[in-house]
Design a protein. Structure first.
Length: 325
């Protein structure tokens, strides 16, 4: 999801009681610390550290567990990608799936609204969810500026320099795009969907925050696929009032709709796209099309330059993606 303007706590997004009870045979989870330990947190004297990214379970047993025994409370101030995906014991992997796909359940308010969106979509037939990762923060962070005008490039650059924890500042957008490290633009996405022979009668639900460049950048996609919808167009403003300015909760709605889609297509392999893909596999086979961006931008450039005809371009896209579903 894009930047959360107003911070959401765990309990604003997830059903805390369900989380605790569903894992009670694995781990004891407290809603709050005992008073003596709570005071340490309030006075800022709790031991805080970022676990090393992509660590195996031995790191937590040999280095983190002794710290917990020593300090009683340890604040892990980074929680993204702190455990490696592969090479873990089977019981840990099973627990990870149980946590991600069973214990973590959205609040009833988010779940109910998600079901409403899905019902509205189903009334009009099958639908595709396009996870179009093309928000301002994504472009500023990645340095990907394909299709942006000079003013937009300057605005994105200013934003990147405004956040010191974004370590990469000088970025060659063209090279990054050719390496497949940029999200596809809305215009590129329209070409790829057409090349894959996705009919324009399909409903396409856009799972995203505000698209950078707005209607100007969405024009090609909207022209090719007139049944383009978002949660904001399916629901009344009053339905979304509670979620406004809380991008994590808005993303939770998109997550629920993504799970239930007939086809899920992410234009960038970020965290949400990966978790949705995994969750859809966990629930049983549901078609997800994983786009080979490095190959596709090369094909797009050849087509746009006239080196490939439409039929050659379309056939190359379909052939290269027949096993990526």
């Amino acid at each position: 999801c894009s930047f959360n303007q107003y911070g959401s706590e765990f309990q604003d997004i997830f059903d805390v009681d369900h989380f605790i009870t569903s894992l009670r045979d694995e781990v004891r989870i407290l809603k709050e610390l005992p008073p003596r330990l709570k005071r340490r947190v309030e006075t800022g004297t709790v031991y805080s550290m970022p676990p090393i990214s992509w660590s195996d379970i031995l790191y937590y047993r040999n280095q983190i567990l002794p710290l917990i025994r020593k300090y009683k409370v340890v604040h892990l101030n980074r929680t993204d990608t702190r455990l490696a995906n592969n090479g873990q014991p089977l019981d840990i992997q099973k627990l990870r799936c149980r946590v991600n796909f069973s214990a973590l359940r959205f609040t009833s308010q988010i779940e109910d609204l998600g079901k409403r969106v899905i019902k509205l979509l189903r009334q009009n037939g099958p639908f595709i969810v396009l996870h179009l990762r093309y928000e301002m923060d994504m472009l500023a962070f990645s340095g990907c500026t394909q299709g942006c005008n000079n003013e937009e490039v300057e605005e994105l650059t200013r934003m990147r320099y405004a956040y010191p924890w974004w370590k990469e500042k000088i970025i060659n957008s063209d090279l990054k795009r050719k390496d497949g490290l940029c999200p596809l633009t809305p215009e590129e996405t329209a070409l790829i969907l057409r090349a894959l022979d996705i009919e324009n009668s399909y409903q396409i639900y856009i799972a995203a925050g505000e698209i950078y460049g707005g209607n100007r950048r969405m024009a090609s996609l909207a022209s090719a696929y007139p049944k383009l919808v978002r949660k904001e167009t399916l629901l009344e403003p009053s339905d979304l009032g509670f979620f406004q300015n809380h991008s994590s909760q808005m993303a939770a709605l998109d997550y629920l709709v993504s799970l239930e889609s007939d086809i899920f297509i992410p234009t960038y392999d970020g965290n949400m796209a990966k978790v949705v893909e995994g969750h859809r596999r966990f629930l049983g086979y549901k078609q997800t099309i994983l786009l080979d961006r490095r190959l596709l931008v090369d094909l797009i450039d050849q087509y746009n330059s006239g080196s490939l005809s439409w039929n050659e371009f379309s056939n190359a896209v379909k052939e290269s993606h027949k096993y990526r579903k």
